[in-house]
Design a protein around this ligand. Structure first.
Ligand code: GLA
Length: 396
């Protein structure tokens, strides 16, 4: 089934064309959509993402030297470096993901072998589906396959995260790498980002998830993201002094405790803290609602999450708000919210399975009507919870 994937075909065909031989393996890495728990991962909180059935593929063959050659089939660009000297590439950021991953793995004492590889992806870039975690995870499993190293997946997720911090320059949390590696068909994954413990949460029958890309690229995402992280650290500092208890992260503060000092706490850090602390509670309530099949309750939690991201965390934008409004105006939509870092990108909606067609048909029109002239072109599609990344050997 995975072989019918479009990025798979493109990667394998390009590999044959460029290297004149077939690849030995193809690694599949999924995109992800976070159902709820936004900007909580780097505060040691809870998240509830799904891996989706849209993949990035790395077709690869091992070499008998230390050279890594990577062709980006969709960008018409290539990269070449030696495993003996891995440095950041300032000219094209896509190169830093596989470089960073190779660097981190070797830093952990595993000596890698060179590879020839082609990467192709059906995960839209900048839409908030985490194409970056997919490329990291895809290359990590590819490199490790050729040296027969079996690393526990939560550890590998941490290595990929470190690669993104050090080489791509985004201080991302751990959610995207964890779900890309540990996702499971028909399930969401409840992750406790404090210790990386995780549990599968079955998706109730009869509901579907829709991704609605606003068409606005997440241009401010990296800089604003890093600012939000700093503000959370400031909030932790302020709260530990005022509450007179040791606080390691916002995870350690309850809604009641925040309430006790909220009026004295400076803005905006008090609103940043309120978002994170209430969002953690929403994640736990949402997963409980999913387990009980309480779909209306789950939908209301999605809307509350969006409001908190918009008003307290200030990572929404006009287009994301318009999309939530358009989605929730259609019958059969339980709830919707921005998903991923925000500042553009996509919304997620939880819908009745029978309402998908109507959502796909009506929402673009409604979205454009709300925004008026010059509205960006939205892209709306249904996604299904899929398995995490896997290596497929071609001669199996
Ligand atoms: C990005 C990061 C994640 C997470 C989300 C916000 O996707 O990569 O780690 O912080 O933003 O929830």
């Amino acid at each position: 089934m995975l072989g019918e994937n479009k990025s798979y075909q493109r990667a394998v065909e390009k590999f044959l064309q460029v290297f004149g031989t077939a690849p030995e393996i193809v690694t599949f890495a999924p995109g992800r959509v976070n159902l709820i728990g936004e900007h909580t991962d780097y505060n040691e909180g809870f998240v509830l993402p799904i891996a989706v059935d849209i993949f990035l593929c790395v077709a690869a063959k091992v070499r008998n030297d230390k050279l890594v050659r990577v062709i980006a089939a969709d960008l018409d660009d290539s990269d070449e470096f030696s495993l003996d000297e891995i440095v950041r590439d300032e000219s094209a950021n896509w190169r830093n993901y596989h470089r960073g991953v190779a660097w981190v793995i070797q830093q952990n004492g595993i000596e890698l072998k060179g590879i020839d590889a082609v990467v192709a992806s059906d995960i839209p870039i900048g839409a908030g589906l985490s194409s970056s975690a997919a490329i990291e995870v895809g290359f990590a499993l590819t490199f490790l396959n050729f040296v027969n190293a079996d690393i526990p997946r939560p550890t590998l997720a941490q290595w990929c995260q470190l690669a993104e911090h050090k080489f791509a320059g985004v201080q991302c949390g751990i959610m995207d790498q964890m779900i890309a590696l540990l996702g499971k068909k028909d399930h969401a994954l409840l992750i406790d980002c404090r210790d990386l413990s995780h549990q599968l949460v079955p998706i109730p029958k009869g509901i579907a998830f829709v991704v609605a890309d606003t068409g606005v690229p997440r241009s401010l995402a990296a800089s604003e993201y890093n600012i939000r992280r700093r503000q959370c650290e400031e909030a932790v500092q302020w709260l530990s002094e005022s509450l007179e208890k040791p606080i390691k992260s916002l995870r350690d503060v309850t809604v009641e405790e925040l309430g006790m000092v909220f009026s004295e706490m400076p803005d905006p850090i008090r609103r940043r803290a309120r978002h994170v602390i209430t969002e953690n509670e929403r994640v736990l309530s949402f997963q409980q609602a999913m387990r009980e099949g309480a779909l209306k309750r789950a939908g209301a939690l999605l809307l509350a999450s969006h409001a908190s991201l918009r008003d307290d965390y200030e990572v929404s934008c006009r287009e994301l708000d318009a999309m939530v409004q358009a989605l929730t105006s259609v019958d059969g939509v339980f709830g919707a919210r921005l998903t991923g870092a925000g500042f553009g990108g996509a919304c997620l909606a939880m819908v009745h399975e029978g309402a998908i067609e109507q959502v796909l048909e009506e929402v673009p029109r409604k979205y454009k009507a709300i925004l008026g002239n010059g509205s960006p072109e939205p892209k709306i599609f249904a996604v299904h919870a899929s398995d995490g990344a896997a290596v497929q050997k071609l001669n199996d």
